[in-house]
Structure formats: structure tokens, C-alpha cells
Design a protein around this ligand. Structure first.
Ligand code: NAD
Length: 476
């Protein structure tokens, strides 16, 4: 138990797992095998910086190897600990199974505040951490493939891939040892936005299911819905930006580390993000009224609440005051198991983390495939597709003039139809398809079985069932 009387993050994930397996038909032995974390490696290493040796503590947990490589981000934060890394690794197992990416679950973390170190120092620390993991095959294209998470991004992934390639000079698939890389280091278009984009696609699919919307007491479309988002980092920023700029949502609240901004008329997300980057916080940003105790805004009336910062922010202490009818968990584990019970009893609909933020790992999968195939998506087909479309357009125009039909294709149609899809469009299409398919599988279970009371339970059941099948077919 954590100090506040709530279970720890890992225990919270296990409790959610237990709710699902209670209505499944698994042998106790297999159930236990799936639940436990296979291994956690703890490393303490020193780096000579600022005239002295500094010791850092890092972790890499492997939750399940029913499929390999195992996959999961690397987080940089002072709050990183073994319990947290193991909880996140377990979520990765279920997430990968749910969205059908062929990976087991893993996660890593380094106990560090990245804002306390300059870029050169961070590179030294990251390379040393990567070295410690690479030499134990805890970073490897075939066995264990990290990605960005809280406090890390493209820059850190570029250092990691370079470190791997220096240590494995003859591995032709070396670029696939980590995902979330910059394009020039073997990355893929659309990876940075992927998790936020996935949140948008998840919400769009939810709003295509009137019955599910009715269960949350919502009507209509995303257009005009009041949204509160916590954390304007990679995930929260992209989700809020896409939902407001493309789908017409009104971002009425933005919660950050130093407080929150509130504006019932909606805020310009890009303007707040620019302010945050330049000032290190949201205080003073003219887009909304500043609220010093930012977490209070979680309790404000809105249609959709998007916790996109960190775990455990909705807990026994505030769950009863959360008013949002729909909560989409863009962060991992933002709602504790106890808070989940309270919210469900009140009738709130929760779109769970293992589905909601799976856009990141989905596009990471595309990146890994791209690295192994050594070719950009669309490179072979794009011009051929354009040539075939041109044939059709020419034929339509010939018919129109030969037969004197007087048709003319609108210029907008021609330019849009004639253009072959580039990598970004293909990635978004694959992501959209994945999020739609995964939502349909959990919604069907939620609506089809009396004993499946919520989307989280449904998501765990779909995921655990797939992992179980995989273990069974291995003869375990
Ligand atoms: P990030 O570091 O880019 O952004 C986190 C943001 O939250 C920052 O702006 C930070 O200032 C803010 N924040 C931190 N603590 C806060 C608090 N107590 N209150 C309000 N704001 C706070 O991290 P990210 O990559 O966007 O990850 C956010 C969450 O999404 C994490 O739970 C992570 O595990 C999850 N996630 C990330 C990815 C990904 O691709 N990056 C994929 C899946 C899940």
C-alpha cells in the first residue's frame, strides 16, 4: 500500500487485471503467469560531470515475453521507481495485445530530473544508461525495443540508436533497436504526434457509437464539447491541438505543473504551448484565468477530461468531485483502482489507458517494421498510384469532351485524388484503422455481456485473452 491508503501503481494495475480475469475462464496457473512481471533489472552507474562522479539509478522491466521483442518507453523523472516501471511494463503487455502489435511488454526508467542537466550532460548520462542496457540485451532490435515516454523524446532516442550502432557495428537492423527516433536517424513520419493523434482517433470512434455516448450522457459530435486537459507535453499538446483545431472541441482548461488556465470560451492550444515553452509554466499566459492549485481544475464541469500528464492524479481524495461524464486516459494509470470504482459507480465512462494512448506503440510498430524493411512506406507505390489515378481522370475528361457531356472535374477533386499517399498519410491511416478496430472490439464486449461492466474491463479481457492464447500455443 502507498502512504495515502491506496494501492501502489502496480497493485492498481493488478486489481484492474483481477476484475477482468474474474469473469474469464483461465486456469489459476496461467492467470498468475500473465499477471507477474518476468524480470526487472536495476542498474546504478556513475558519470563524471561537473568535476565529480554522479551516480544514477535506472530500471528496465520485462513484464511478458509471450512475443518478442518486448516494447516499452524509457521515462526520465525523479519519481521513477521499480513499482512504477513494473506497472508501466504490465500496461505495455496489455496495450500491445489490444492493438495487435506483435510485442511483449517492457518499460524503462531513469531517476533523474532532466531539467537539471544541460544537453551535453544528458547525452553523457543517456549514452551510459543505454550502454548498460545494450550490453545485457535489454536494448536490441530482436529482444527489447524502447521508445520515448515522459521526459524523453526524439533527441534521447537518437543518442540511444547511435550508442547501439557503435556497440554493434555489423548489425544491419541496428536502427530498429529503439523507436521514436528523428527521421534522419531512422524515424518515421507521424511518430511524435502519434499518441495524441491516437487519442483523437479514439474519441472520434467513441463518438461514432451513439449507444456508448448515451451511456456517458453525451450527444452530438466532438464539435463544441468542453475539454479539460492535464499536461501539455507531447501527448496532451497533440491531443488538445488536434481536437480543437480539427474537430472543433473547446479547450476550457489546461493544467500544468505550476498551475492551470481556465477559460469557458476555449483557448488557443498552440498559444498556450508557446507560452509554456518560453516561460516554463502557464502562469501569466493571457489565454485563460490562472488557477494556482491546478489539480482543482480536474474537478471543473466539462464534457471530456483528458489526464495526459502522469499516474495517480485522480484518486480516492478527489474522485467523488470529478464531474466529467467522459474521461479518456491519455496518460498511463491516471486513475487509481479506488477512484475507478467511485467513478464507475457514479456512471462516468472511462476510455482506458491501454487503449487510449496506444497510438504511440502502434506507430512505433510501423517504425520498427520500416527499419527492418529498410525502405520508407509508400516509396514503391506512390507514383504508380498517381499514374493510375491520372489514367482515370484523363479517361473521364476524354469522355466528357468526346461525348460533349460538358463535365468538368473540380480542381480540388483532381489535386486531392491525383496525389499518391506519402508516409505520413499512410501512418495516420494505419493508426486510425488500429484505433477503430480496437475500440470496436472492446465496445462490442462492453455492450454484449452483462458481466462486463465498463470499457476498461473489456479492454483487459480482450488483451488477456490474446496473451493467454499466445502462451497456450507455445505449450506453456
Ligand atoms: P511529457 O514529458 O512530454 O509531458 C508531460 C507533461 O505533463 C509536461 O508538460 C509536464 O510539465 C506536465 N506535468 C508533469 N507533472 C504534472 C502535474 N503534476 N500536473 C500537471 N502537469 C504535469 O510526457 P508525455 O510523453 O506527454 O507523457 C505523458 C503521459 O503519457 C505519461 O503517463 C506517459 O506514460 C504517457 N504516454 C506517453 C506516450 C508517448 O508516446 N510519449 C505514449 C503512451 C503513453
Amino acid at each position: 500500500m502507498a502512504a495515502n491508503g491506496e494501492p501502489s501503481f502496480r497493485q492498481s494495475v493488478d486489481l484492474m487485471f483481477n476484475r477482468a480475469v474474474a469473469v474469464m475462464d483461465l486456469s489459476p496457473g496461467l492467470e498468475e503467469k500473465i499477471r507477474v512481471c518476468n524480470s526487472t533489472y536495476t542498474v546504478r552507474f556513475g558519470v563524471r560531470l561537473r568535476g565529480g562522479i554522479h551516480t544514477f539509478t535506472g530500471y528496465r522491466s520485462v513484464h511478458s515475453e509471450h512475443m518478442e521483442p518486448v516494447k516499452g518507453g524509457i521515462r526520465y523523472a525523479m519519481s521513477v521507481n521499480q513499482d512504477e516501471v513494473e506497472a508501466l511494463a504490465a500496461l505495455m503487455t496489455y496495450k500491445c495485445a489490444l492493438v495487435e502489435t506483435p510485442f511483449g511488454g517492457s518499460k524503462g526508467g531513469l531517476r533523474i530530473d532532466p531539467r537539471e542537466w544541460d544537453e551535453f550532460e544528458l547525452e553523457m548520462i543517456t549514452r551510459r544508461f543505454a550502454y548498460e542496457l545494450i550490453k545485457r540485451d535489454l536494448i536490441s532490435p530482436a529482444q527489447n525495443v524502447p521508445a520515448p515516454d515522459m521526459g524523453t523524446g526524439e533527441r534521447e532516442m537518437a543518442w540511444i540508436v547511435d550508442q547501439y550502432q557503435r556497440m554493434n557495428t555489423t548489425d544491419i537492423n541496428g536502427a530498429a533497436c529503439v523507436t521514436g527516433k528523428p527521421i534522419n536517424s531512422g524515424g518515421i513520419a507521424g511518430r511524435v504526434e502519434a499518441t495524441g493523434r491516437g487519442v483523437q482517433f479514439a474519441l472520434r470512434e467513441f463518438f461514432r457509437h451513439p449507444h456508448d455516448m448515451a451511456r456517458a450522457g453525451l450527444k452530438g459530435t466532438i464539435d463544441g464539447k468542453r475539454v479539460i486537459v492535464q499536461g501539455l507535453g507531447n501527448v496532451g499538446y497533440h491531443a488538445a491541438e488536434f481536437l480543437s483545431a480539427e474537430d472543433g472541441a473547446r479547450i476550457v482548461g489546461i493544467i500544468e505543473r505550476d498551475g492551470a488556465l481556465h477559460n469557458p470560451n476555449g483557448m488557443n492550444v498552440q498559444a498556450v504551448r508557446d507560452w509554456l515553452i518560453h516561460h516554463g509554466g502557464v502562469k501569466g499566459c493571457p489565454e485563460g484565468t490562472y488557477v494556482a492549485d491546478g489539480a482543482l481544475l480536474l474537478e471543473e464541469a466539462c464534457d471530456i477530461l483528458i489526464p495526459a500528464a502522469m499516474e495517480g492524479v485522480i484518486h480516492l481524495g478527489n474522485a467523488a468531485r470529478i464531474k466529467a461524464p467522459l474521461i479518456i486516459e491519455a496518460a498511463n494509470g491516471p486513475i487509481t483502482a479506488g477512484a475507478d470504482d467511485i467513478l464507475r459507480t457514479r456512471g462516468a465512462v472511462i476510455i482506458p489507458d491501454l487503449f487510449a494512448n496506444a497510438g504511440g506503440v502502434t506507430v512505433s510498430y510501423f517504425e520498427w517494421v520500416k527499419n527492418l524493411s529498410h525502405i520508407r512506406f509508400g516509396r514503391m507505390e506512390r507514383r504508380q498510384e498517381e499514374a493510375r489515378h491520372q489514367l482515370l481522370v484523363d479517361e473521364l475528361e476524354r469522355l466528357s469532351s468526346d461525348k460533349g457531356l460538358g463535365w468538368s472535374l473540380s480542381p480540388d477533386f483532381k489535386s486531392r485524388y491525383l496525389r499518391g499517399a506519402d508516409e505520413l498519410e499512410l501512418v495516420r491511416s494505419g493508426l486510425d484503422d488500429t484505433m477503430r478496430g480496437a475500440y470496436q472490439s472492446i465496445s462490442q464486449l462492453w455492450n454484449g455481456r452483462q458481466d462486463v461492466t465498463d470499457l476498461r474491463m473489456a479492454a483487459y479481457i480482450v488483451a488477456i485473452d490474446r496473451v493467454a492464447k499466445s502462451y497456450r500455443s507455445k505449450g506453456l
